[in-house]
Design a protein around this ligand. Structure first.
Ligand SMILES: *Cc1c(COP(=O)(O)O)cnc(C)c1O
Length: 232
């Protein structure tokens, strides 16, 4: 067994236990393997385990992996996307997790050749270092995108603050869930908003307990090998 397989077994058990604690179905949580800090060969190990959702956060990293990796991978773009990079990225991905401004939405509307599944990124904790709209900006933002035919807002995404305090992390996830439910209840045609992208290596169990439907796991699953990438 490769390390990735071993890591996956361990993570899968933890996902299962967290789902049980929350009375949720296992199939309602999709694991995205974040491969941004690992090589193509490590990424191929991930695919061999059967994981088909991969996440990248830079245009060049995405391109490199896409060129080298075949098959039915679903690509998630999880990083800040510069408006000028939309053209080269948007038609290579299935999901965008970082929709955070109208100018980005306008450029996607112009460049996408099909409708894209997007998450609005929310900076629930209002940390300076993080991107995303504040909680109270999101509803107006979603309303403004009603006529963007190439954008389907499938849900909300957040990153928990850097803290050891589980209560703070849980509160952030809970507030995102509340906002997601509120928007979903409005039944806006291009904003079903049924999904929640939250939870990373350090906090995915809390995220699942609080309703995550997509978790984004990097280091706990694939490790880190930045140097290997630079050598490659
Ligand atoms: C890097 C990254 C992840 C994965 O983080 P790990 O802590 O390595 O699991 C998840 N989401 C986003 C937005 C990231 O940039």
């Amino acid at each position: 067994m490769t390390n990735v397989q071993q890591n996956l077994e361990h993570i899968s058990q933890r996902i299962q236990k967290a789902s049980e604690r929350a009375n949720r179905k296992l199939e309602d949580v999709t694991l995205i393997a974040v491969t941004k800090e690992v090589s193509v060969s490590r990424t191929n190990e991930v695919i061999e385990t059967g994981i088909l959702h991969l996440g990248e956060n830079r245009p060049d990293g995405l391109q490199k992996k896409k060129d080298a990796i075949s098959n039915d991978v679903k690509w998630h773009y999880i990083g800040t996307l510069q408006t000028r990079k939309v053209k080269s990225v948007i038609n290579d991905i299935q999901y965008l997790h970082s929709l955070d401004r109208i100018s980005l939405a306008d450029e996607i509307e112009k460049r996408a050749t099909s409708t894209k599944d997007c998450f609005v990124q929310v900076n629930v904790s209002q940390e300076e270092s993080k991107h995303g709209l504040s909680i109270d900006e999101v509803e107006a933002f979603v309303d403004e995108l009603k006529n963007h035919k190439h954008i389907r807002i499938i849900g909300l995404m957040t990153m928990a603050p850097n803290t050891e305090d589980e209560a703070i992390i849980r509160d952030v996830f809970r507030r995102l869930k509340q906002l997601q439910s509120k928007i979903a209840a409005k039944q806006i045609a291009n904003a079903p908003c049924t999904e929640l992208s939250m939870g990373m290596s350090g906090d995915f169990e809390i995220a699942i307990e609080e309703g995550a439907t997509f978790i984004r796991i990097g280091t706990a699953l694939v490790g880190k090998e930045k140097e290997a990438i630079e050598r490659a």
